[in-house]
Design a protein around this ligand. Structure first.
Ligand code: SF4
Ligand code: SF4
Length: 250
């Protein structure tokens, strides 16, 4: 049976998710042996970009070039998978800043402010249909391998639709929100990271973006009882997912 033709791409991003793939170490040779890797700028030269069974795309859509490239990749791919929270939610590039975009351009680029034209970062799904979303900042290695294994079997991967709190329970962690009153976004954040941060005594910052049916209203109310303002909580939630609808309740 022919190996699936795979391409790995990056739009505007830090390339952290692509680095997770490069850093697979023990599994990398098996992964490369199981697929026909047609295009991956970080690991292979001479890309062949006629068609793909699976395209893995990192980054958010910030420039006109990003949008054009994404549409081109989509047109050549049977399945398109968004990898990383930038691709799934807009991520850190979409974090809102009270100063406003034009002021930021002037601060960063000075008199050359017209050199770099960008829009507010959009997730891939705002531009093209996305078949599967694998969030994370960066993605977790074990989640990537699980998703890839499903794709190689011809199945769509199963999304993690449980919050980080469940991972915390599995690890028998002390709850940082309830026991210590810390601003932990675990209840409204998509799990699968094995509660990486709370397991080290740090509250969840929401880097995987909102879990399906996140009850933001309840999270805000609980954190207000702990002394955090609504604005402070909203800003934390929107760091990684600026499009999160904070009025939404499950
Ligand atoms: S520490 Fe955070 S992620 Fe863990 S159970 Fe408490 S609220 Fe949930
Ligand atoms: S605990 Fe939260 S911030 Fe930490 S890796 Fe998991 S989702 Fe990201």
């Amino acid at each position: 049976m022919a190996k699936p033709k795979v391409g790995i791409f990056g739009l505007t991003s830090c390339a952290g998710d692509q680095l997770v793939v490069v850093n697979l170490e023990d599994e990398l040779l098996d992964v490369v042996g199981a697929i026909d890797l047609r295009s991956f700028i970080m690991a292979a030269s001479n890309p062949v970009e006629d068609e793909f069974d699976v395209a893995l795309v990192e980054g958010s859509v910030v420039t006109a070039e990003d949008e054009e490239r994404l549409r081109e990749i989509r047109a050549k791919s049977k399945l398109l998978v968004a990898i990383g929270t930038c691709a799934v939610w807009g991520g850190i590039p979409g974090a809102l800043n009270d100063l406003g975009r034009n002021t930021l351009y002037r601060i960063v680029y000075g008199t050359d402010e017209d050199l770099f034209k960008a829009s507010v970062a959009r997730p891939l799904k705002a531009v093209v249909p996305v078949d599967f979303a694998l969030p994370g900042c960066p993605i977790e290695k074990h989640q990537f391998l699980e998703a890839l294994a499903s794709l190689l079997h011809g199945d769509l991967p199963i999304a993690h639709n449980t919050p980080v709190c469940l991972d915390c329970r599995f690890n028998e962690n002390l709850c940082l929100l309830k026991a210590k009153g810390q601003l932990c976004l675990g209840p409204v954040t998509a799990g699968g990271c094995r509660a990486r941060c709370p397991s080290h005594g740090l509250p969840c910052e929401g880097c995987h973006g909102p879990v399906e049916e996140a009850n933001f209203a309840s999270e805000v109310a609980i954190l207000q009882e702990k002394g955090f303002s609504r604005e402070r909580v909203a800003r934390a939630i929107r760091n990684f997912a600026h499009q999160a609808d904070l009025a939404r309740t499950s």
